[in-house]
Design a protein around this ligand. Sequence first.
Ligand code: 5GP
Length: 216
Amino acid sequence: MKRKGILLVISGFAGTGKGSLVSALTENYPNYALSVSATTRAPRPGEKEGVHYFFKSKEEFQKMIAAGELIEYAQYVENYYGTPKAYVEQQMEAGKDVILEIEIQGALKIKEKFPEALLLFVVPPDADTLEERLRKRNTESPEVIRKRLLRAVEESEYISRYDYLIVNDDLMACMEETHAIIQSEHFCTFRNGEFIETLQRDLKKFQLPAQQQAAK
Ligand code: 5GP
């Protein structure tokens, strides 16, 4: 049975650990391919071209849009972010489940364009844990933390537009649950139309009289 890749979209508030979840999935299971986005934002310390992002100027990004090279793109805090098409298509063709770790506007565009895409929203077990995780990172000022929490309030309005809720309490448990959800999705009847049609067609031979069945 030929397995077709699923287009996976993973979103979540800043501080929920969606980056760690994505890394855990790609490191522990061979069937995932992570899409690397293009962005106009400047690299952060330690970020590598082609690994974390493809860093582009605004003009380069606009050219990519005009050439139809992006599946989706969105503006987020004054910068553009977009998903290059070629990699996603190649990997899905090869049967990989392709992960897009993107924000909500982009996720909803993907669902419109590809209704069969699977949208996962990662949340903390509760609101206080989110605040605690943001503080523990020790990388952002109280003002930035407050902005992120306020953004989480807005983003929470969109959770029900996603297909599955992923609660990240313990990372490894969360990874296993997410993997199990994705594995089950592969068996959805609507994702297996071709297999079902072939089976239905082949079964029709049993409707023929016995002599014709033997001749087939
Ligand atoms: P950051 O600047 O912190 O790396 O990312 C900011 C936000 O942009 C995150 O929510 C991230 O998931 C999102 N993002 C990253 N790449 C893409 C993309 O290709 N398209 C969209 N729509 N959002 C993206």
